[in-house]
Design a protein around this ligand. Sequence first.
Ligand SMILES: Nc1nc2c(ncn2[C@@H]2O[C@H](COP(=O)(O)OP(=O)(O)OP(=O)(O)O)[C@@H](O)[C@H]2O)c(=O)[nH]1
Ligand SMILES: [Mg+2]
Length: 338
Amino acid sequence: MKFIDEVKITIISGNGGTGSSSFRREKFVPRGGPDGGDGGDGGSVYFIGTTSYNTLYHLKGRRVYKSKNGRPGQGNRRTGARGEDVVIKLPLGTIIRDAETNEIIMDLLEPDKKVLILKGGKGGLGNWHFKNSINQAPKYSQSGIEGETKELKLELKSVADVGLVGYPSAGKSTLISVVSNAKPEIADYPFTTLTPHLGVVSMDNWTTFVIADIPGIIEGAHQGKGLGIKFLKHIERTKIFLHLIEYDIHVAHEELLNRYKKINNELLKYKDEMGERPYFIAISKIDMIEDDSAYDELRKLFKPYTDNLFFISAPLQEGTQELINALFKKLQDLNNGY
Ligand SMILES: Nc1nc2c(ncn2[C@@H]2O[C@H](COP(=O)(O)OP(=O)(O)OP(=O)(O)O)[C@@H](O)[C@H]2O)c(=O)[nH]1
Ligand SMILES: [Mg+2]
C-alpha cells in the first residue's frame, strides 16, 4: 500500500429542503387550513479519528465529499427527510487546515469521536407556521438554507510515544517487529523501510505505548540525500527519540559515536526543538561483539551524551525488555511532569 500523508479535499454540506406550501383537502371541507411541512435539514460532514488507518491513502481516489440535501416538506405537516451525513475516517494525528487561509481547524487526536466540520443547511419552514389572525391561509413557505463548501488540506503527522531513528540497516524494523505488534519488512539492504510504521508495545496491566519506525536517515538527509527528511514529521510529535546504532566489528567505536552525532545533526537541521527531546541510545546487533571489552569502551565513549545507553540484539531478544521497560518508565515520568 502506498503511503500518502498529504491530501487536499473539498467538502460540501447538504442544502436544507424547501418548506412546503400546501392546504388541507378534506371531503366536505372546501377550504382547509395550511398544512405544508418543513424541509428536512441538509446532511453534515464529520471527521472521525480511527486507529485502523496509518495513512491518508484511502482518500486518494476522491476529491469531493458531499453530504445529501434535505428533502422538501410535504402536505399534512410532513417534514422532509434529513439529508444523509458524510463521515470521513482519518488516522489519528491528522491536522486539518483551511486550504485558503492555512489556518488549523482541528488536530485529530482522539479515536472514535465524531467531530462536526461542516453543518448541513437548515430545512425551510412549511406554510402552516405562518398562519396568524390576519393571514389564515398563507401561501408563503421558506426555502432551505444552502449547504457550505470548504477546501481542506489534510496533513498526517503520526502520533507515537517513541520515535526510532538511525542509519539504514541499523535494525530498527527488526526491533519494532520483536517488541511490538508491527510487522514491517526486514532485509539486509539499505532503505528496506520506505514508509513509517507504528507499533504498539504492550506492557503489563494492559498499558501500551507506541513506537514509530521511519525510513533510515543518512548524513545530508536534510539536503535530500537518501530518502531525505520528509518522514521526520512522523516523529516530530514523539516524546522520546530512540537512536539505534548498529555494532559493526569493522567500524571503530569512535565512528559509532559519530553516527549518532550525524543523525542528531539531521534532526536539528530539520527543527531546532528536536534537540530538546529526551533520547535514548541503543547499540544494536551485539551478537556480533567478539570482545567483551567493547561494552565498557562504548559506555565510556557515549557517557558524555547519555546515561541511557542500551545494548541489544533484537532477534535474540537480548536487552530488548530492559530497553522497553526503561522507555516506558521515562514516558511515565514525562507524563507525570518530570
Ligand atoms: N546479527 C544481527 N542482525 C540483525 C540484528 N538486528 C537486525 N539485523 C539484521 O540487519 C538487517 C537490517 O535490519 P532492518 O531491521 O531491516 O534494519 P532497518 O534499520 O529497519 O533498515 P532500513 O529499513 O533500511 O532503514 C537485516 O538483515 C536484519 O536481519 C541483530 O541484532 N543482530
Ligand atoms: Mg526498516
